[in-house]
Design a binder for this molecule. Structure first.
Ligand code: SF4
Length: 216
């Protein structure tokens, strides 16, 4: 599908206006902490993850320290993030991978990151864009939904969405755009209750989910 340049520019312009300095809402002090936080954030809010990691990272902020925990002990500490069994398993295995294969340092290369346990394409892109200041568009549920509603893509496949967005927008804005789309989806173009009446992209949105301002 083709998307008009004017539409792309308008999206960039409006997102720059409402989220001029977008920030990741996960709290972290190192690449390792960020990686753990992103793994915990699957199907969980950033707020809840921050509550959990605020306590967890006081004692377990490196792969070495994390590996002193048993699977059950870690499950107990991250329980409220949901999917705690798999998340604990992935965090421990990832920590072992980082120690055994990368000398204790989280790698900055995309393929290396993806080779770690529990680290998929989305997580690798978040870490590259957020910590290593590379350019990457991580497609989470917000980015996927918003991209479809705005008519930028027509797919439910995160990988296809990422490639399409990469082709539509200049590489130099990928990481900023990723954060803006996440925030736009989290606070305005919400899944169940999109705030269409205050949406700056109302006029260019042709989504079936759009709520007419007359009905708001
Ligand atoms: S008009 Fe509504 S559905 Fe369309 S992008 Fe804005 S908030 Fe989302």
């Amino acid at each position: 599908m083709t998307v008009a340049q004017e539409k792309l520019k308008e999206i960039e312009l409006q997102l720059d206006k409402i989220f001029s300095n977008p920030k990741c809402e996960l709290d972290y002090k190192s690449s390792y902490e960020l990686l753990v936080a992103v793994i915990l954030s699957a199907q969980c809010t950033d707020k809840r993850v921050n509550e959990v990691t605020k306590i967890l990272f006081k004692e377990y902020d490196t792969p070495q320290k994390m590996l002193t925990l048993s699977q059950e002990e870690l499950e107990d500490k991250i329980h409220s993030c949901g999917f705690y069994h798999n998340k604990a398993k992935h965090i421990l295995q990832m920590s072992k991978d980082v120690l055994d294969r990368f000398g204790g340092e989280v790698p900055s290369d995309f393929q290396d990151l993806q080779s770690l346990a529990g680290v998929g394409r989305k997580t690798a892109n978040v870490v590259i864009g957020e910590f290593f200041k590379g350019q990457a568009i991580a497609v989470d549920t917000h980015v996927l939904r918003v991209s479809n509603r705005l008519g930028l893509v027509k797919t439910n496949d995160p990988y296809k969405c990422e490639i399409a967005l990469n082709n539509l927008f200049e590489k130099e804005i990928w990481s900023k755009l990723h954060l803006q789309l996440v925030l736009f989806g989290r606070y305005i173009c919400k899944s169940k209750n999109p705030q269409c009446q205050i949406c700056p992209l109302y006029n260019i949105c042709q989504s079936d989910d759009k709520i007419s301002k007359n009905n708001a």
